[in-house]
Design a protein around this ligand. Structure first.
Ligand code: ADP
Ligand code: MG
Length: 403
Protein backbone atom coordinates (compact mmCIF):
# COMPACT_ATOMS: atom_id res chain seq x y z
CA UNK A 1 0.00 0.00 0.00
CA UNK A 2 1.09 3.52 -0.75
CA UNK A 3 3.23 4.91 2.07
CA UNK A 4 4.53 8.44 2.44
CA UNK A 5 7.34 7.93 -0.04
CA UNK A 6 4.81 7.21 -2.79
CA UNK A 7 4.02 10.93 -2.89
CA UNK A 8 7.49 11.61 -4.28
CA UNK A 9 9.22 14.92 -3.61
CA UNK A 10 6.91 17.03 -1.44
CA UNK A 11 9.17 20.08 -1.11
CA UNK A 12 7.10 23.23 -1.51
CA UNK A 13 3.90 21.22 -1.95
CA UNK A 14 0.88 21.66 0.30
CA UNK A 15 0.18 18.36 2.03
CA UNK A 16 -3.08 17.92 3.93
CA UNK A 17 -2.59 15.53 6.84
CA UNK A 18 -5.64 14.09 8.61
CA UNK A 19 -4.46 13.45 12.14
CA UNK A 20 -6.31 12.24 15.21
CA UNK A 21 -5.88 15.07 17.74
CA UNK A 22 -9.05 14.27 19.66
CA UNK A 23 -7.59 14.74 23.15
CA UNK A 24 -9.44 15.07 26.45
CA UNK A 25 -9.78 18.68 27.63
CA UNK A 26 -10.49 19.99 31.14
CA UNK A 27 -11.46 23.40 32.42
CA UNK A 28 -13.77 26.23 31.33
CA UNK A 29 -14.62 26.71 27.65
CA UNK A 30 -12.35 29.75 27.28
CA UNK A 31 -9.39 28.18 29.06
CA UNK A 32 -9.15 24.52 28.12
CA UNK A 33 -6.24 22.38 29.31
CA UNK A 34 -5.20 19.13 27.62
CA UNK A 35 -5.35 16.36 30.22
CA UNK A 36 -3.68 13.69 28.07
CA UNK A 37 -1.66 14.63 24.98
CA UNK A 38 -0.95 11.05 23.84
CA UNK A 39 -2.71 11.42 20.50
CA UNK A 40 -0.89 14.65 19.71
CA UNK A 41 2.45 13.03 20.44
CA UNK A 42 1.52 10.03 18.30
CA UNK A 43 0.77 12.38 15.40
CA UNK A 44 4.10 14.20 15.54
CA UNK A 45 6.38 11.74 13.65
CA UNK A 46 4.46 11.87 10.34
CA UNK A 47 4.12 15.67 10.51
CA UNK A 48 7.82 15.96 11.40
CA UNK A 49 8.79 13.75 8.47
CA UNK A 50 6.85 15.98 6.06
CA UNK A 51 8.36 19.10 7.65
CA UNK A 52 11.84 17.69 7.14
CA UNK A 53 10.98 16.92 3.53
CA UNK A 54 10.09 20.59 3.04
CA UNK A 55 6.34 20.20 2.63
CA UNK A 56 3.85 22.88 3.60
CA UNK A 57 1.89 20.85 6.10
CA UNK A 58 -1.81 21.52 6.63
CA UNK A 59 -3.19 19.45 9.49
CA UNK A 60 -6.91 18.68 9.69
CA UNK A 61 -8.49 17.07 12.76
CA UNK A 62 -11.61 16.95 14.90
CA UNK A 63 -12.20 17.43 18.60
CA UNK A 64 -15.20 16.04 20.43
CA UNK A 65 -18.66 16.06 18.95
CA UNK A 66 -19.73 19.61 18.12
CA UNK A 67 -23.03 19.74 16.25
CA UNK A 68 -21.73 20.67 12.79
CA UNK A 69 -21.25 24.33 13.69
CA UNK A 70 -18.51 26.37 15.40
CA UNK A 71 -18.48 25.87 19.18
CA UNK A 72 -15.65 27.43 21.21
CA UNK A 73 -15.74 24.56 23.71
CA UNK A 74 -14.38 22.30 20.95
CA UNK A 75 -11.79 24.63 19.45
CA UNK A 76 -8.50 23.02 18.44
CA UNK A 77 -6.55 26.15 19.40
CA UNK A 78 -5.04 24.63 22.59
CA UNK A 79 -4.02 21.64 20.49
CA UNK A 80 -2.20 23.89 18.00
CA UNK A 81 -0.15 25.32 20.87
CA UNK A 82 0.73 21.88 22.23
CA UNK A 83 1.56 20.54 18.76
CA UNK A 84 3.90 23.51 18.27
CA UNK A 85 5.66 22.75 21.56
CA UNK A 86 6.13 19.12 20.58
CA UNK A 87 7.38 20.00 17.08
CA UNK A 88 9.64 22.71 18.46
CA UNK A 89 8.28 25.18 15.91
CA UNK A 90 5.21 27.39 15.84
CA UNK A 91 2.02 25.95 14.35
CA UNK A 92 -0.15 28.51 12.55
CA UNK A 93 -3.80 28.18 13.54
CA UNK A 94 -6.69 28.81 11.16
CA UNK A 95 -9.82 29.93 12.99
CA UNK A 96 -12.07 28.20 10.45
CA UNK A 97 -11.89 24.92 8.55
CA UNK A 98 -12.02 25.91 4.87
CA UNK A 99 -12.91 29.62 5.00
CA UNK A 100 -10.99 32.86 4.68
CA UNK A 101 -8.72 32.17 7.65
CA UNK A 102 -7.85 28.69 6.38
CA UNK A 103 -7.03 29.96 2.88
CA UNK A 104 -4.87 32.80 4.19
CA UNK A 105 -3.10 30.64 6.76
CA UNK A 106 -2.24 28.01 4.15
CA UNK A 107 -1.16 30.63 1.61
CA UNK A 108 1.23 32.12 4.18
CA UNK A 109 2.99 28.79 4.87
CA UNK A 110 6.63 28.49 3.90
CA UNK A 111 8.37 25.22 3.06
CA UNK A 112 8.62 23.01 6.17
CA UNK A 113 6.01 25.01 8.07
CA UNK A 114 2.86 23.66 9.71
CA UNK A 115 -0.69 24.94 10.02
CA UNK A 116 -3.65 23.43 11.88
CA UNK A 117 -7.19 24.02 10.64
CA UNK A 118 -10.01 24.55 13.12
CA UNK A 119 -12.12 21.50 14.09
CA UNK A 120 -13.41 19.86 10.87
CA UNK A 121 -16.61 18.93 12.70
CA UNK A 122 -17.50 22.63 12.85
CA UNK A 123 -18.64 21.96 9.29
CA UNK A 124 -21.77 19.80 8.95
CA UNK A 125 -20.35 18.29 5.75
CA UNK A 126 -17.66 16.41 7.69
CA UNK A 127 -19.89 13.72 9.19
CA UNK A 128 -22.89 14.03 6.87
CA UNK A 129 -24.49 10.83 5.62
CA UNK A 130 -25.33 12.72 2.44
CA UNK A 131 -22.60 12.03 -0.08
CA UNK A 132 -23.07 15.35 -1.91
CA UNK A 133 -22.85 17.38 1.29
CA UNK A 134 -19.74 15.49 2.38
CA UNK A 135 -18.29 15.81 -1.08
CA UNK A 136 -18.80 19.57 -1.14
CA UNK A 137 -16.83 19.92 2.09
CA UNK A 138 -14.16 17.53 0.81
CA UNK A 139 -13.84 19.69 -2.34
CA UNK A 140 -13.08 22.70 -0.19
CA UNK A 141 -10.56 20.79 1.92
CA UNK A 142 -8.90 19.41 -1.21
CA UNK A 143 -8.59 22.93 -2.63
CA UNK A 144 -6.25 23.76 0.27
CA UNK A 145 -3.71 21.08 -0.69
CA UNK A 146 -1.82 19.24 -3.43
CA UNK A 147 -1.69 15.86 -1.68
CA UNK A 148 -3.37 14.02 1.19
CA UNK A 149 -1.88 11.89 3.95
CA UNK A 150 -4.18 9.76 6.08
CA UNK A 151 -2.68 9.50 9.56
CA UNK A 152 -5.66 9.65 11.91
CA UNK A 153 -6.02 6.02 12.85
CA UNK A 154 -8.81 6.82 15.34
CA UNK A 155 -11.07 7.84 12.44
CA UNK A 156 -10.20 5.46 9.58
CA UNK A 157 -13.36 3.46 10.31
CA UNK A 158 -15.43 6.56 9.53
CA UNK A 159 -16.70 7.47 6.09
CA UNK A 160 -16.18 11.17 6.66
CA UNK A 161 -15.13 14.04 4.42
CA UNK A 162 -11.64 14.59 5.85
CA UNK A 163 -10.98 10.84 6.07
CA UNK A 164 -12.62 9.27 3.05
CA UNK A 165 -13.92 11.73 0.44
CA UNK A 166 -10.84 13.94 0.41
CA UNK A 167 -8.65 10.92 -0.41
CA UNK A 168 -10.66 10.49 -3.62
CA UNK A 169 -9.80 14.04 -4.64
CA UNK A 170 -6.03 14.22 -4.10
CA UNK A 171 -2.94 12.06 -4.62
CA UNK A 172 -2.90 10.18 -1.31
CA UNK A 173 -0.74 8.11 0.97
CA UNK A 174 -0.89 6.36 4.32
CA UNK A 175 0.93 8.08 7.17
CA UNK A 176 3.40 6.16 9.31
CA UNK A 177 1.04 6.02 12.30
CA UNK A 178 -1.75 4.38 10.32
CA UNK A 179 0.71 2.05 8.59
CA UNK A 180 2.07 0.86 11.94
CA UNK A 181 -1.40 0.37 13.40
CA UNK A 182 -2.55 -1.70 10.46
CA UNK A 183 0.56 -3.86 10.59
CA UNK A 184 0.05 -4.57 14.30
CA UNK A 185 -3.63 -5.41 13.79
CA UNK A 186 -2.68 -7.74 10.98
CA UNK A 187 -0.41 -9.60 13.41
CA UNK A 188 -3.38 -9.96 15.79
CA UNK A 189 -5.59 -11.51 13.15
CA UNK A 190 -3.40 -13.37 10.69
CA UNK A 191 -1.67 -16.32 12.29
CA UNK A 192 -1.08 -14.82 15.78
CA UNK A 193 1.65 -16.36 17.87
CA UNK A 194 0.16 -18.55 20.64
CA UNK A 195 -0.91 -18.54 23.37
CA UNK A 196 -3.11 -15.61 22.32
CA UNK A 197 -4.97 -13.90 25.16
CA UNK A 198 -7.58 -11.16 24.72
CA UNK A 199 -8.61 -8.93 27.63
CA UNK A 200 -11.83 -6.94 27.27
CA UNK A 201 -13.30 -4.36 29.60
CA UNK A 202 -14.71 -0.87 29.49
CA UNK A 203 -18.25 0.24 29.79
CA UNK A 204 -20.30 -1.23 26.96
CA UNK A 205 -20.89 -4.86 26.05
CA UNK A 206 -22.82 -4.04 22.91
CA UNK A 207 -19.84 -2.11 21.48
CA UNK A 208 -17.58 -5.11 21.85
CA UNK A 209 -19.84 -8.02 20.98
CA UNK A 210 -18.64 -8.16 17.40
CA UNK A 211 -15.05 -8.47 18.54
CA UNK A 212 -15.87 -11.27 20.94
CA UNK A 213 -17.73 -12.99 18.15
CA UNK A 214 -14.76 -12.83 15.81
CA UNK A 215 -12.06 -13.51 18.40
CA UNK A 216 -13.78 -16.59 19.83
CA UNK A 217 -12.47 -18.34 16.77
CA UNK A 218 -8.93 -16.99 17.13
CA UNK A 219 -7.91 -16.41 20.77
CA UNK A 220 -6.98 -19.10 23.28
CA UNK A 221 -8.27 -17.18 26.30
CA UNK A 222 -10.68 -14.33 26.76
CA UNK A 223 -10.54 -12.37 30.03
CA UNK A 224 -13.52 -10.13 30.71
CA UNK A 225 -13.66 -7.30 33.24
CA UNK A 226 -14.86 -3.71 33.44
CA UNK A 227 -18.46 -2.63 33.16
CA UNK A 228 -19.23 -5.25 30.52
CA UNK A 229 -18.58 -8.13 32.88
CA UNK A 230 -21.87 -7.76 34.75
CA UNK A 231 -23.95 -8.73 31.76
CA UNK A 232 -21.88 -11.93 31.57
CA UNK A 233 -22.22 -12.57 35.32
CA UNK A 234 -25.96 -12.08 35.05
CA UNK A 235 -26.04 -14.40 32.05
CA UNK A 236 -24.48 -17.01 34.32
CA UNK A 237 -27.34 -16.54 36.77
CA UNK A 238 -25.76 -14.16 39.30
CA UNK A 239 -27.42 -11.02 40.66
CA UNK A 240 -25.42 -7.90 39.90
CA UNK A 241 -27.18 -5.25 42.01
CA UNK A 242 -27.02 -1.80 40.47
CA UNK A 243 -24.03 -2.62 38.27
CA UNK A 244 -23.92 -1.66 34.62
CA UNK A 245 -26.13 -4.13 32.78
CA UNK A 246 -27.30 -4.54 29.22
CA UNK A 247 -30.37 -6.71 29.64
CA UNK A 248 -30.94 -7.08 25.92
CA UNK A 249 -27.51 -8.70 25.51
CA UNK A 250 -27.99 -11.52 28.03
CA UNK A 251 -28.83 -14.11 25.38
CA UNK A 252 -25.85 -13.10 23.27
CA UNK A 253 -23.55 -13.40 26.29
CA UNK A 254 -24.99 -16.85 27.04
CA UNK A 255 -24.40 -17.96 23.47
CA UNK A 256 -20.79 -16.77 23.65
CA UNK A 257 -20.17 -18.60 26.90
CA UNK A 258 -21.51 -21.73 25.27
CA UNK A 259 -19.56 -21.31 22.04
CA UNK A 260 -16.38 -20.72 24.01
CA UNK A 261 -16.91 -23.97 25.87
CA UNK A 262 -17.56 -25.89 22.65
CA UNK A 263 -14.52 -24.47 20.88
CA UNK A 264 -12.14 -24.83 23.82
CA UNK A 265 -11.63 -21.10 24.34
CA UNK A 266 -11.19 -20.32 28.01
CA UNK A 267 -13.34 -17.41 29.19
CA UNK A 268 -12.11 -15.97 32.48
CA UNK A 269 -14.53 -13.85 34.50
CA UNK A 270 -13.74 -12.19 37.83
CA UNK A 271 -14.46 -14.17 41.01
CA UNK A 272 -14.44 -11.08 43.20
CA UNK A 273 -15.54 -7.52 42.58
CA UNK A 274 -14.92 -4.12 44.19
CA UNK A 275 -18.29 -2.53 44.88
CA UNK A 276 -19.70 0.70 46.26
CA UNK A 277 -23.22 1.94 46.86
CA UNK A 278 -22.93 4.78 44.33
CA UNK A 279 -20.99 5.59 41.18
CA UNK A 280 -17.98 7.68 42.24
CA UNK A 281 -18.49 11.41 41.90
CA UNK A 282 -16.18 14.27 42.70
CA UNK A 283 -18.14 15.24 45.80
CA UNK A 284 -18.29 12.06 47.85
CA UNK A 285 -15.57 9.83 49.28
CA UNK A 286 -15.70 6.34 47.75
CA UNK A 287 -16.46 3.46 50.13
CA UNK A 288 -15.06 0.47 48.28
CA UNK A 289 -15.52 -3.08 49.52
CA UNK A 290 -14.67 -6.44 47.99
CA UNK A 291 -17.37 -9.09 47.52
CA UNK A 292 -17.52 -12.42 45.67
CA UNK A 293 -18.72 -11.92 42.09
CA UNK A 294 -21.63 -14.23 42.87
CA UNK A 295 -22.74 -12.17 45.88
CA UNK A 296 -23.07 -8.57 44.72
CA UNK A 297 -25.51 -6.89 47.15
CA UNK A 298 -28.73 -5.52 45.66
CA UNK A 299 -27.87 -1.94 46.65
CA UNK A 300 -24.26 -2.06 45.34
CA UNK A 301 -22.60 -1.70 41.98
CA UNK A 302 -19.38 -3.27 40.75
CA UNK A 303 -16.71 -0.73 39.91
CA UNK A 304 -13.58 -2.86 39.54
CA UNK A 305 -12.49 -6.47 39.45
CA UNK A 306 -11.31 -7.59 42.90
CA UNK A 307 -7.76 -8.37 44.02
CA UNK A 308 -8.11 -12.17 43.56
CA UNK A 309 -9.37 -11.58 40.02
CA UNK A 310 -6.56 -9.13 39.29
CA UNK A 311 -4.07 -11.79 40.31
CA UNK A 312 -5.93 -14.47 38.33
CA UNK A 313 -6.00 -12.28 35.21
CA UNK A 314 -2.28 -11.59 35.58
CA UNK A 315 -1.63 -15.33 35.93
CA UNK A 316 -3.75 -16.07 32.85
CA UNK A 317 -1.64 -13.58 30.88
CA UNK A 318 1.64 -15.12 31.96
CA UNK A 319 3.39 -16.87 29.11
CA UNK A 320 1.15 -15.39 26.43
CA UNK A 321 2.92 -14.59 23.16
CA UNK A 322 0.18 -12.35 21.78
CA UNK A 323 -2.11 -10.12 23.86
CA UNK A 324 -4.79 -7.65 22.86
CA UNK A 325 -6.28 -5.55 25.65
CA UNK A 326 -9.22 -3.20 25.16
CA UNK A 327 -11.13 -1.50 27.95
CA UNK A 328 -10.22 -0.73 31.58
CA UNK A 329 -11.07 -3.34 34.22
CA UNK A 330 -12.74 -0.74 36.42
CA UNK A 331 -13.42 2.93 36.93
CA UNK A 332 -9.67 3.58 36.88
CA UNK A 333 -10.24 7.36 36.94
CA UNK A 334 -10.80 6.94 40.70
CA UNK A 335 -7.86 5.46 42.63
CA UNK A 336 -10.07 3.16 44.73
CA UNK A 337 -11.20 1.39 41.53
CA UNK A 338 -7.96 1.40 39.54
CA UNK A 339 -6.18 -1.67 40.89
CA UNK A 340 -7.70 -4.20 38.50
CA UNK A 341 -6.63 -2.10 35.54
CA UNK A 342 -3.19 -1.70 37.10
CA UNK A 343 -2.84 -5.49 37.54
CA UNK A 344 -3.67 -6.12 33.88
CA UNK A 345 -1.41 -3.31 32.66
CA UNK A 346 1.45 -4.61 34.81
CA UNK A 347 0.98 -8.14 33.42
CA UNK A 348 1.09 -6.77 29.87
CA UNK A 349 4.43 -5.10 30.53
CA UNK A 350 5.83 -8.54 31.36
CA UNK A 351 4.72 -10.19 28.11
CA UNK A 352 7.46 -11.70 26.00
CA UNK A 353 5.83 -11.30 22.62
CA UNK A 354 3.35 -8.83 21.17
CA UNK A 355 1.27 -6.84 23.67
CA UNK A 356 -1.25 -4.41 22.24
CA UNK A 357 -3.32 -1.87 24.16
CA UNK A 358 -6.29 -0.61 22.16
CA UNK A 359 -8.90 1.95 23.14
CA UNK A 360 -8.68 5.61 24.10
CA UNK A 361 -9.49 5.09 27.76
CA UNK A 362 -7.23 2.05 28.09
CA UNK A 363 -4.31 4.00 26.64
CA UNK A 364 -5.11 6.93 28.93
CA UNK A 365 -5.28 4.53 31.90
CA UNK A 366 -1.83 3.15 31.14
CA UNK A 367 -0.42 6.67 31.19
CA UNK A 368 -2.49 7.87 34.15
CA UNK A 369 -1.30 4.90 36.23
CA UNK A 370 2.29 5.86 35.51
CA UNK A 371 3.37 3.01 33.23
CA UNK A 372 6.16 3.53 30.76
CA UNK A 373 4.56 3.35 27.32
CA UNK A 374 7.69 1.71 25.97
CA UNK A 375 6.96 -1.33 28.15
CA UNK A 376 4.05 -2.22 25.85
CA UNK A 377 4.46 -3.65 22.39
CA UNK A 378 2.03 -1.19 20.90
CA UNK A 379 -0.46 1.33 22.23
CA UNK A 380 -3.13 1.91 19.63
CA UNK A 381 -4.51 5.39 19.15
CA UNK A 382 -7.83 4.18 17.79
CA UNK A 383 -10.29 2.23 19.90
CA UNK A 384 -13.21 2.03 17.50
CA UNK A 385 -11.03 1.52 14.45
CA UNK A 386 -9.04 -1.32 15.98
CA UNK A 387 -12.22 -2.98 17.24
CA UNK A 388 -13.85 -2.78 13.81
CA UNK A 389 -10.74 -4.22 12.20
CA UNK A 390 -10.74 -7.07 14.73
CA UNK A 391 -14.42 -7.63 14.02
CA UNK A 392 -13.36 -8.29 10.45
CA UNK A 393 -15.00 -5.17 9.06
CA UNK A 394 -13.62 -3.09 6.24
CA UNK A 395 -12.25 0.31 7.23
CA UNK A 396 -13.38 2.87 4.62
CA UNK A 397 -10.48 5.21 5.38
CA UNK A 398 -8.04 2.41 4.56
CA UNK A 399 -9.84 0.93 1.57
CA UNK A 400 -10.01 4.34 -0.09
CA UNK A 401 -6.20 4.57 -0.01
CA UNK A 402 -5.91 1.37 -2.03
CA UNK A 403 -7.45 2.92 -5.15
P1 ADP B 1 -11.76 2.18 25.72
O1 ADP B 1 -11.84 3.66 25.45
O2 ADP B 1 -10.39 1.77 26.23
O3 ADP B 1 -12.23 1.34 24.58
P2 ADP B 1 -14.32 2.16 27.00
O4 ADP B 1 -14.61 3.50 26.42
O5 ADP B 1 -15.08 1.00 26.50
O6 ADP B 1 -12.75 1.87 26.93
O7 ADP B 1 -14.59 2.21 28.57
C1 ADP B 1 -13.88 3.06 29.42
C2 ADP B 1 -14.71 3.46 30.60
O8 ADP B 1 -15.28 2.32 31.24
C3 ADP B 1 -13.90 4.17 31.65
O9 ADP B 1 -14.28 5.51 31.70
C4 ADP B 1 -14.24 3.43 32.94
O10 ADP B 1 -14.48 4.30 34.03
C5 ADP B 1 -15.49 2.68 32.57
N1 ADP B 1 -15.70 1.50 33.41
C6 ADP B 1 -14.84 0.50 33.66
N2 ADP B 1 -15.37 -0.37 34.51
C7 ADP B 1 -16.60 0.07 34.82
C8 ADP B 1 -17.64 -0.40 35.68
N3 ADP B 1 -17.50 -1.51 36.40
N4 ADP B 1 -18.78 0.32 35.75
C9 ADP B 1 -18.92 1.44 35.03
N5 ADP B 1 -17.99 1.93 34.20
C10 ADP B 1 -16.83 1.27 34.11
MG1 MG C 1 -13.57 5.04 25.42
Amino acid sequence: MSDLSSLGDVRGRRVLVRSDLNVPLDGPADDRAISDDGRIRASVPTIQKLVEAGARVVVAAHLGRPQGAPDPAYSLRPVADRLGELLGAPVAFATDTVGESARQTVAALGDGEVALLENVRFNAGETSKDEAERGAFADELAALADAFVSDGFGVVHRKQASVYDVAQRLPHAMGDLVATEIEVLRRLTVDPERPYVVVLGGSKVSDKLGVIDNLLGKADKLLIGGGMVFTFLKAQGHEVGKSLLEDDQLDVCRSYLQRAEESGVEIVLPTDVVVDTAFPSGDTEPHPSVVPASEIPADALGLDIGPDSGAAFAAALQGARTVFWNGPMGVFEVAAFAEGTRAVAQALTEIDGLSVVGGGDSAAAVRALGFDEAAFGHISTGGGASLEYLEGKELPGITVLED
